[in-house]
Design a protein around this ligand. Structure first.
Ligand code: ADP
Ligand code: ADP
Length: 226
């Protein structure tokens, strides 16, 4: 079984633009996987489809063996999504941002408390739990996005440019945290503009351009070639 298996995935938006032209992709369980490509390549479209936020036009998507169409509830509960833009309620406290997400997943209150603490500690935000989230630094807000995405223990964490705009020191500390999450068994798919980020974190990589996968490789094999 694969963490993610995609066959002949196509997406044409309502205006007629074909954003995905038949994508095939497999991600192994436990992998730390990079999805790279220039702006407009189709990364967000793909991530949107995998997370059930965007409807696909055709093709098959399986998440840990759950078909996105036939078994949507199970497929969805396997996924934790960290979108690019900060989209939590910034008037909530840090802890409540995570607890509200737990509520959304129907996690019982007591378990939610335990999970929220675990995820906030993992992202080094536990000391900030009672702060209003609006007051967090940019890097902390990004880490809160990750903590929130993990509260239901997703088996696949999708990080869309998780360190965009964060300075290098904070970025490095975030790499450490993401690696810890991966080491605990969570499969991670990451999109990034920082090549060195993909290089230091990811074992496998796919490059997408113009709605097509143009390269699939192990990271070390790719680095040896260029
Ligand atoms: P779907 O085919 O999944 O229903 P739509 O074609 O209805 O998607 O578009 C969804 C939303 O994306 C619309 O609200 C639209 O305004 C917005 N949108 C349109 N064009 C673009 C674009 N080039 N990039 C990003 N978003 C866009
Ligand atoms: P990336 O994440 O790699 O930058 P996207 O998946 O956001 O790429 O976009 C791929 C292409 O699809 C772009 O040309 C974008 O303008 C277009 N696109 C994205 N969303 C929509 C939409 N809702 N309607 C029409 N075109 C869209």
């Amino acid at each position: 079984m694969k963490a993610l298996s995609i066959q002949n995935l196509k997406k044409t938006y309502k205006n007629g633009f074909q954003a995905l032209k038949g994508v095939d992709l497999e991600v192994e369980c436990g992998d730390f996987f990079a999805l790279l490509g220039p702006n407009g390549a189709g990364k967000s479209t793909m991530i949107g489809i995998i997370s059930s936020l965007v409807t696909k036009s055709s093709g098959v998507v399986n998440i840990f063996g759950h078909d996105l169409d036939k078994d949507n509830g199970r497929a969805k509960s396997c996924i934790g999504l960290v979108p690019q833009e900060v989209n939590f309620n910034q008037f909530e406290t840090v802890k409540n941002v995570v607890l509200n997400q737990a509520g959304y997943y129907g996690i019982p209150r007591k378990l939610a408390q335990v999970q929220a603490e675990y995820c906030l500690r993992q992202m080094d935000l536990w000391d900030k739990r009672d702060s209003v989230s609006r007051r967090l630094s940019g890097g902390m807000k990004r880490r809160l996005m990750i903590a929130r995405a993990m509260v239901h223990k997703p088996r696949l964490l999708i990080l869309d440019e998780p360190t965009a705009g964060v300075d290098i020191e904070i970025r490095r500390s975030m790499w450490q945290m993401m690696q810890d999450v991966n080491r605990e068994g969570t499969t991670i798919i990451l999109t990034t503009h920082y090549l060195e980020e993909a290089e230091s974190l990811c074992r496998n990589i796919a490059i997408i351009n113009n709605g097509e996968i143009v390269e699939k490789s192990g990271m070390s094999a790719l680095l040896n070639r260029i």
